[in-house]
Design a protein around this ligand. Structure first.
Ligand code: TYM
Length: 336
């Protein structure tokens, strides 16, 4: 690896409420990592505008997501927490990366295909080069490890390709090989209404997701209404194959309780989903209610959240700017 040191980077879009998928797939792991490594966590407002956002909604959501991260346990004294647009080096390196990435690579991105759908000609060009900005986010810090949910894996493979092509084209050993960290029992949390669709901010049904601001009654109701099947819980997780909704709920329980899917199955083997859902609702409330409570408190103190982002951005700029300057030298930009 080009750099000897571990540096963690990850990001989240401010395009709506954080949900259980964000929490279990990513944020919870971010919290753990900050005790062991140097970590940067970014609210990616530049990425958000690849799809039009109302300016006020974007500002509100940026604060809300930052508050959610702090409430979930990201400690601004340990981690560098900031919003992307305050660090111009991301967008500047993204331009260089636009000139490295091949069109063929972008054409293979499944998330672009999903988001653009049949409307390919009408989406923004920003949406198309979205993975290049993501690569820039990571590489502008020479970050080595990126904790994400499974849905970001392909984008991180592209980041690796970008780094390698840059190093090859310019004959340098500059950018590190980025490792995805896809951790835990819920790396792909599915919709509560449809086990074939991932839980997402953009699903029109509120019942498809648990958000980090839901109160106890709402959480219990959503879990009670979650789709399942009539079969009881099996003894081992392997027997959950072909039962995506059941597997999803077992995975959520495992992730929240720190158990493997097998351990959860063993504990509830033979029981029906009505009983299991009660236990799952209690566990969700126990883990999420304190976070929601803290988010409500932080909502009353936007000046504090803004100060965290401002100070985080200053630290991030100090790390990114020298790396960007080196990129300029490598590429051949004149700096008289
Ligand atoms: P975003 O905002 O969609 O999601 C933030 C994080 O949550 C994870 N996640 C999930 N994990 C499990 N199950 C789910 N249903 C689920 N939904 C979301 C995502 O994998 C992600 O880790 N492109 C990124 C943001 C980004 C980024 C980066 C990430 C921008 N630059 C650089 C890492 C490094 C995104 O849209 O995440």
């Amino acid at each position: 690896m080009a750099t000897g040191q571990t540096r963690v980077f990850s990001g989240v879009q401010p395009t709506g409420n954080l949900h259980l998928g964000n929490y279990l797939g990513a944020i919870r792991n971010w919290v753990d990592l900050q005790y062991r490594y140097e970590c940067l966590y970014c609210v990616v407002d530049l990425h958000a505008i690849t799809i039009f956002q109302e300016p006020k909604a974007l500002r509100d959501s940026t604060r809300e997501v930052a508050a959610g991260l702090i409430a979930a346990g990201i400690d601004p004294r340990r981690s560098i927490l900031f919003n992307q647009s305050q660090v111009p080096a991301h967008a500047e390196l993204a331009w260089v990366i636009n000139c490295i990435t091949r069109l063929g690579w972008l054409n293979r991105m499944t998330q672009f295909k999903d988001k653009a759908g049949k409307n390919r000609e009408a989406v923004s060009s920003g949406l198309y080069v979205y993975p290049n900005l993501m690569a820039a986010d990571i590489l502008v810090y020479k970050a080595t490890h990126v904790p994400v949910g499974e849905d970001q894996k392909q984008h991180l493979e592209l980041t690796r390709d970008v780094a390698q092509k840059f190093n090859n084209d310019y004959g340098v050993n500059f950018f590190p090989e980025v490792e995805p960290l896809i951790l835990g029992e819920a790396t792909r949390v599915m919709s509560l209404r449809d086990g074939a669709k991932k839980m997402s901010k953009s699903d029109p049904s509120d019942y498809s997701r648990i958000t980090m601001t839901d109160d106890a009654d709402t959480i219990a109701l959503k879990i009670r209404k979650a789709k399942t099947d009539p079969e009881p819980i099996p003894e081992t997780a392997a027997s959950l194959s072909g039962r995506p909704e059941a597997a999803n709920l077992i995975g959520i329980y495992g992730a929240l309780s720190g158990q493997s899917r097998d351990q959860v199955c063993a504990a509830f083997a033979g029981k029906g989903f009505a009983e299991f859902k009660n236990a799952l609702a209690d566990l969700c409330v126990e883990k999420l209610a304190p976070i929601a409570e803290e988010m409500r408190r932080l909502r009353q103190d936007p000046a504090y959240v803004d100060s965290v982002l401002r100070e985080g951005a200053a630290k991030a700029r100090a790390l990114a700017e020298p790396i960007l300057r080196e990129v300029h030298d490598i590429v051949g930009f004149l700096r008289p």
